[in-house]
Write a new protein. Structure first.
Length: 145
């Protein structure tokens, strides 16, 4: 407290009185980390469930790649496709034919890593990204091969 001006010490002391000591703060933070991890796991499970339901509803193929990338790829694909639909169909008045063409291009991309790589892309950019995809991104189940 000696580094504070004399007229600010009393207010600072009152503020400190309402705070936990360093050890208590660290213990609370560590306990909070566990609840954050639980919250994140529950959120990921809900996102995964929504992504799988969406994939079935819109006849999207199963993704290919390392086991640990499949769920992440499914969630990334779902989020990007949803953002694209909102931006292109709702926001720009695309018709169903335009959207159906984009969906067909998306169905051709089976590599989970491709969807993960695009996870931070904006929805309106999806058409350009799909056009730039390579044969390697299409995987073994590509109906267009």
């Amino acid at each position: 407290m000696s580094d504070r001006p004399a007229d600010k010490r009393a207010g600072f002391a009152r503020w400190l009185a309402g705070k936990d000591c360093t050890d208590c703060w660290k213990a609370a933070r560590d306990a909070d980390t566990e609840s954050k991890e639980e919250w994140l796991a529950a959120k990921r499970a809900a996102e995964q469930e929504a992504a799988l339901a969406w994939s079935k509803q819109f006849d999207m193929p199963q993704l290919e790649g390392p086991e640990k990338a499949l769920d992440w790829g499914e969630r990334s694909r779902h989020q990007l496709m949803t953002a694209a639909h909102t931006a292109l169909v709702v926001g720009r008045d695309w018709d169903e034919a335009d959207w159906a063409e984009l969906e067909e291009k998306a169905r051709a991309i089976a590599r989970a890593g491709w969807w993960i790589d695009q996870r931070e892309a904006d929805g309106p950019d999806l058409l350009e990204l799909l056009d730039a995809a390579t044969e390697a991104d299409c995987g073994t189940q590509n109906p267009f091969r």
